[in-house]
Design a protein around this ligand. Sequence first.
Ligand SMILES: CC(C)(COP(=O)(O)OP(=O)(O)OC[C@H]1O[C@@H](n2cnc3c(N)ncnc32)[C@H](O)[C@@H]1OP(=O)(O)O)[C@@H](O)C(=O)NCCC(=O)NCCS
Length: 409
Amino acid sequence: MGERTEPEIRILESEDELRQASALFRTAMVGLPSWPEVPGGTVNRYLEAGRTWGAFLDGMLVGTVDATSGKLTLPGGVRVPHAAVTHIGVLPTHTRRGVISGLVHRQLSDARDRGEILATLRASEATIYGRFGYGVASTSVSVDVDVRRASLRPGLPESGPVRLSSYPDAWDLLAQIHSRHLPSRPGMIDRSEYWWNSRKWRAASLTDPMYVAVHGEPGHEDGFVRYHPVDTHEWFTSRNRTVVVDDFFAPSPEAHAGLTRFLLGLDLVDRLRFTALPEDDPLPLMLGDARAVQIRSVSDETWLRILDLDRVLAARTYRGSGSVKVEVTDTLLTDNSGTFEISAAGAARTSGPADLSLDVADLGALLLGGTGWHRMIAAGRVRVHRADAPDIADLLFSWPCAPFAGTSF
Ligand SMILES: CC(C)(COP(=O)(O)OP(=O)(O)OC[C@H]1O[C@@H](n2cnc3c(N)ncnc32)[C@H](O)[C@@H]1OP(=O)(O)O)[C@@H](O)C(=O)NCCC(=O)NCCS
């Protein structure tokens, strides 16, 4: 192999370059559904200014990555500055020569310089991001519900009215409901205006029907569901009419009960396909026959990269009693490396021998309580230097509900 040429890496600003970056990402991804052409002069509605990076070789754009600014909820409810990283791609003619490594390193140090504490992304493959310090911090479950078997048990929480809304007017209401009622579940992220704009833009080009229903009294709506039917060409005769639930935002038991009752009451529908639920979603327990719910897939959702370890460890809440000294190694953002004493009173740097040691990517996986220390130890990802430390760490980091973001980007 010849010597590697380092790509030139810089922020993309012009409309033309940003369009090229979007096209490059879609080429890299190979199989994404086609996307309508964005009208001239409007790229800034979909991409946050100053956050799209490009890598150039011999003057040619060959790789890109971007992000939007927002907040992510930690155990305990504190919402910390967060970069939602997306649109990562390298031209198929230029892969495996360090292009994405250069881009990701720049992006992570830029995000840290901006004061962001965490970065998260959704991964196309599980083999790409561990090397950059990302770990899997939350899980998303997709289920099918056999509507004929799915009768609701008595005693569900009282729910409010559910009414249909219509596009495009509904979009503003949905954005309001989401931002006002974001639950304190760890891992929840806000949805930026760029996120909503891209959903609107995509939806405007779809020809199949799409529906939206909201829960709550007018003016006090607190949940919603977006759904669409599939196989509409054989809808009249199908024996398996399926409705896909694209977006189920039910942040309270009341909203969950109301929206679930509404969906199960849809005439004609044999099957509901929920694309993304948290691992501990109550849906099966709300039914007389829990087997009406069949799991289709359990997937990694949030890939989380700790950017500022001191601030993130100090910001989350810990439970239980006792304390552990945890030694963290971060070969990329080296300021993070060090040993921290963690107890229900908080976390701070300390010195002396550690009880547990691990890589920053694995601490990212543990941070929101979605996986346990014993499990990581069994996988050979944490080294134990004090016998009772794993039990204490498990209690400190555990949380009553599973982490979940509920937003793909
Ligand atoms: C994934 C992708 C961005 C990687 O870009 P790249 O420029 O080829 O990556 P790099 O050359 O910087 O690779 C860095 C390291 O990661 C490894 N790597 C990169 N992509 C990998 C993959 N898909 N699977 C396994 N390892 C991978 C490389 O082998 C290299 O390892 P090394 O440091 O031990 O040599 C690129 O292949 C791509 O665009 N894929 C299609 C689109 C996509 O999946 N994007 C991600 C969306 S979340």
